[in-house]
Design a protein around this ligand. Structure first.
Ligand code: FAD
Length: 507
């Protein structure tokens, strides 16, 4: 342990997670903390620096729903100098444009009610009353979550940096971590070029740079950096003068999961995020390199140039959902980078491979505060009030941390993020397929038995996974990217009976 009375905690990364972790530690009286970031503190250039901040609490996991609620509550309590809160509670609506989705929204409403989150199924008329841009002939109904809305993550971080600095937390920006020093199986310091920062505990909050930090520490951090499309439209006549400032918003945030899209207002423009394109894995060695002084809202390492050809069908789908968008064009867009993991979950806790090395990776803005709070509890009292088993970074078998497995399964999670799936459905991967004894005699035509993290199929079903290209759902094929596809699509779509376990999830 370092010479100070309390353990020295060094946090790598000053995004929503790192800064909130510093704040949660300080709130618990632990201020022997140093936060290091390679970018400038005002806008470090990670995913938080450009995230549109949409917060949806709905989640099959109670833990994740609690994390989102923690984010909403804390950001709501942070006030900007102009009096605005760091959480804009515009409400959230997940719209259904197919009967299957409408049915699934009932299940999702059930999750929310189970976790104590207010949720209502509303009809088409009510959806359009609350969000007049929606086409009543397209929307069948929606799931209204009144407490959802928009996080002002960058603004919140500014407040928290000031607050924690005043309490004694130290920050070093414009400093790139290059190594993790260890001795006898414990972390001892964080290295940045010639500089050495002694540490009893290191927490990697480096976002999609997690794998880079993992290599330095010699521990697996199984996540895949992926690019995700985000655009803004030209101004809409009906929104002119309605919202204060270019980031103002008052209409509910919309999830259009039947087309893997989500929407929010930006002043008189609409912002649209799309998961509909094929996954675009990012090689961290090829990221744009900017000096800290070069980082701006339009130029940051987490933002790649927009690829308009990938957005063509989604632009049309957006205009079908919101007909006024036919009077607009795409004003600009980017392919932002964030993290996906083999099972879609976050990675929160201490690595079993290196004492004192913790991580809080693959965390969305939505869950950022809750994750930081839970980890601060672990670090200061030895346990978290929230069940962290779904985020345990050690939950993967060795094969599940190999680059090939991480890439293929993370891609699949990206494709399926808004699909109607059983929450315990294991991710399919050919390396994990085994043949069940009962099907050994018909091996050639037998479907795979899927393995979850525990080596079996937690849904208790035996089935061939559905097409990873989502073609059966939308009736269209996603845009093909150069290079081989990672998955062999199954030979058939799921039969209705195979969906049965899902209905049991609504309590
Ligand atoms: C286009 C897009 C839209 C999104 N929309 C939403 C949304 O609406 N809602 C939502 O909840 N989430 C959204 N996300 C996801 C969300 O932005 C991220 O999951 C979240 O911001 C991650 O926060 P973080 O603190 O973990 O990482 P980051 O914000 O990426 O912070 C990591 C920090 O670590 C620093 N760092 C990395 N390596 C080093 C090193 N070697 N030395 C020093 N510092 C280092 C980086 O500079 C960076 O500042 C979106 C992401 C994208 C790309």
């Amino acid at each position: 342990m370092s010479s100070t009375a309390t353990p020295r905690i060094v946090i790598i990364g000053a995004g929503i997670v790192g800064v909130n972790l510093a704040d949660e530690l300080a709130q618990r009286g632990h201020t022997n903390v140093l936060v290091i970031d390679q970018g400038p503190l005002g806008l470090p250039g990670g995913s938080t620096s450009h995230a549109p901040g949409v917060v949806y609490s709905t989640n099959p996991s109670k833990t994740m729903a609690e994390f989102a609620q923690a984010t909403i509550q804390k950001l709501s309590s942070l006030t900007l100098p102009d009096g605005r809160s760091c959480f804009n509670a515009v409400t959230g609506i997940e719209v259904a444009t197919t009967p299957e989705r409408l049915h699934d929204l009932q299940r999702r409403a059930g999750w929310n009610r189970s976790w104590g989150i207010e949720a209502h199924i509303i009809d088409s008329t009510e959806c359009v009353r609350r969000h007049p841009l929606l086409d009543p002939d397209v929307v069948l109904g929606g799931l209204l979550t009144p407490t959802d809305g928009l996080a002002l993550a960058v603004d919140a971080n500014h407040i928290l940096v000031e607050r924690t600095r005043a309490q004694g937390v130290e920050y070093r920006d414009r400093t790139t971590v290059t190594g993790i020093e260890q001795q006898g199986g414990r972390v001892t310091a964080v290295l940045a070029g010639e500089e050495r920062f002694p540490a009893d505990i290191v927490v990697s909050c480096a976002g999609f740079w997690g794998p880079t930090i993992a290599k330095m520490a010699g521990v697996p951090i199984p996540l895949l950096p992926l690019a995700h499309q985000y655009v803004k439209t030209t101004p809409l006549a009906s929104l002119r003068g309605k919202n204060a400032g270019p980031s103002g918003a008052s209409l509910p945030v919309i999830r259009h999961q039947d087309r893997s899209l989500y929407f929010r207002e930006w002043g008189d423009q609409i912002g649209i995020g799309s998961y509909a394109h094929d996954p675009i894995p990012v090689d961290l060695d090829t990221l744009p390199r900017y000096t800290p002084d070069e980082i701006t809202h339009d130029r940051m390492p987490s933002s790649l140039p927009f690829t308009p050809e990938d957005f063509v069908p989604e632009w049309e789908a957006s205009r079908v959902l919101m007909p006024e968008l036919r009077d607009t064009e795409i004003a600009g867009g980017f392919n932002g980078i964030f993290s996906f993991t083999p099972d879609g979950g976050s990675l929160v806790g201490e690595s079993r491979h290196l004492n004192g090395f913790f991580m809080a990776e693959a965390v969305w803005v939505t869950h950022g505060v809750g994750v930081a709070r839970a980890l601060a509890e672990v670090l200061t009292q030895g346990y978290s009030e929230t069940d962290l088993s779904v985020c345990d970074p050690n939950r993967f078998e060795k094969v599940q941390t190999t680059p090939e497995y991480v890439e293929q399964t993370s891609r699949q999670n990206y494709i399926e993020i808004y699909d109607i799936l059983h929450p315990l459905r294991p991710v399919w991967h050919h390396a994990m397929c085994v043949s069940a004894p009962s099907i050994s005699s018909s091996r050639r035509s037998a479907p795979c038995v899927l393995r979850g993290p525990l080596g079996n199929d937690p849904t208790g079903t035996r089935r061939t996974p559905r097409c990873s290209q989502s073609c059966h759902r939308s009736g269209r094929h996603p845009i093909a990217k150069p290079g081989p596809r990672s998955f062999t699509p199954p030979s058939r779509p799921l039969r209705p009976g195979e969906l049965a376990p899902r209905s049991r999830c609504t309590i």
